[in-house]
Ligand binder design. Structure first.
Ligand SMILES: Nc1ncnc2c1ncn2[C@@H]1O[C@H](COP(=O)(O)OP(=O)(O)OP(=O)(O)O)[C@@H](O)[C@H]1O
Ligand SMILES: [Mg+2]
Length: 428
């Protein structure tokens, strides 16, 4: 290839320039985020597509579409917004702000927005950043620019921490904590098209492998027993994919060894997974020892699942009180009442159950052995079995509450500064 052809290819964004290569050398891999770009020109679309193929972006899901801001607004009327939206706009500086209003109306507050414009205008830049846009870049852009932007938003030390950890624990054995954790994980990953990782911490008896019909040769135990090897690349190899946006660290579920773990047994695994995925679900077994206690105390959210009877109430009360005391500056644990209405079982009324706890349940799920049993026999999630079933709706509601994500149809306009300003990006 002649030098001339090579230069042309670089200019069109087909090849990385030497500048790109050196700019990317120190860049850390981008986590499992979803990125959607709405471009107006090939010159911008192409480098984004090329960036998506870079090894540092291997974990991210990237989609590039044409149509600019208008296409984005149209699309997100009915679809969940990803972790990062990139919109190209050829509009003049005076028109760009107003054109983004429509996007603000449909954008979840957790979504970051980057604008690629064609005017180098400092006042516009300041206005956009002030209103919560994460970055304004002027075309032409290179693939290194795109990767650096994603890095500055999601990887840099001053970036908001990415992975929210949600720990699920049962107030008693067999109350359905794991089943709910798996179904809520699946719901979050499909409803919001966001990457979710489940860590099955019940090493001897975990059921995530059964529920997702997977039998991986390696999983979480490899990491627990070789903490010195844990990094993002090592954990990638231990993850098994359950569906498009859901993967898990499966438990071995075997008894050929015993699992007497130290208090910090999972700490590094959780820290590392947290850096690579927006949502991390911890399926904690019904045990009270040093590592379950520490795992619960460290989690961003705790969900206690209980059945409406006396021992469950006593245990839930103890869990709620202990966790409130050890986490005085956090929201109290969430409560899910499950298996409610089991025939012939004397039960405590949900209101009476919640009263002494000072925590009202975020969901009350009926006892329905047929629905749960059929899903389990088919190796399917409840929402896959019947997305219109009352219990599937309840699972979706839990997913919305735990993530703070709004339904696409339920979003209301707060204006550009209202919604985007919540994104709270630091100024340059
Ligand atoms: N609402 C419900 N109605 C009927 N069956 C249910 C319901 N919720 C869960 N189950 C069933 O109860 C059983 C126990 O569920 P699961 O293993 O999720 O409980 P767990 O709290 O994680 O138990 P463990 O203490 O073993 O970890 C499963 O067979 C599950 O399908
Ligand atoms: Mg369990």
């Amino acid at each position: 290839m002649s030098n001339l052809a090579y230069d042309e290819n670089q200019e069109r964004g087909y090849e990385a320039s030497d500048r790109d290569i050196s700019a990317l050398q120190a860049v850390r891999p981008i986590p499992r985020i979803s990125i959607q770009a709405f471009c107006e020109s090939e010159g911008v679309a192409r480098p984004i597509e090329r960036a998506a193929e870079d090894r540092r972006m291997a974990r991210a899901h990237v989609k590039v579409t044409m149509g600019g801001v208008d296409a984005a607004v149209d699309f997100y009327q009915s679809a969940p917004t990803p972790n990062l939206i990139i919109v190209e706009s050829r509009r003049e500086p005076g028109e760009i702000m107003a054109s983004l209003d429509g996007l603000a109306e449909v954008c979840d507050p957790s979504t970051k927005v980057v604008v690629i414009g064609h005017y180098n205008d400092v006042a516009l830049y300041r206005d956009l950043i002030r209103s919560g846009i994460s970055e304004y870049v002027v075309a032409p852009i290179s693939l290194a620019d795109i990767i650096s932007i994603a890095t500055s938003i999601f990887v840099n030390p001053e970036a908001e921490p990415l992975g929210k950890t949600i720990a699920f624990v049962g107030a008693k054995g067999g109350v359905g904590s794991s089943t709910i954790a798996h179904n809520v994980s699946w719901a979050m990953s499909t409803l919001f098209a966001t990457e979710v990782v489940i860590a099955d911490m019940d090493l001897p008896f975990g059921t995530a492998n059964i529920d997702f019909d997977q039998d991986p040769p390696q999983g979480i135990a490899e990491a627990v027993f070789s903490p010195e090897r844990i990094d993002e690349v090592y954990l990638d190899r231990l993850l098994s994919r359950c569906s498009e946006h859901l993967s898990m660290l499966a438990a071995p579920s075997t008894l050929d060894r015993v699992y007497d773990l130290q208090a910090d047994a999972f700490q590094q695994i959780v820290d590392t997974v947290q850096r690579t995925a927006p949502l991390v679900v911890l399926d904690v077994p019904h045990l009270w020892n040093a590592w379950t206690r520490d795992t619960l105390i460290q989690a961003d959210e705790i969900v206690i699942t209980a059945s409406p009877e006396l021992a469950n109430l006593r245990n839930t009360k103890n869990l709620v009180d202990t966790l409130k005391r050890t986490r005085p500056n956090d929201r109290p644990p969430r409560l899910i009442l499950n298996q409610v209405g089991m025939p012939k079982r004397p039960e405590i009324d949900p209101l009476d159950f919640a009263d002494p706890l000072g925590v009202s349940p975020i969901a009350v799920i009926p006892f329905d052995p047929h629905f749960f049993g059929s899903a389990s026999n088919n190796g399917q999630m409840l929402g896959e079995m019947d997305s219109r079933h009352l219990i599937s709706h309840k699972v979706n509601e839990i997913a919305h509450i735990l993530t703070g994500r709004m339904e696409a149809k339920g979003r209301h306009s707060k204006g550009l500064s209202g919604i985007f300003s919540k994104l709270g990006r630091k100024k340059k």
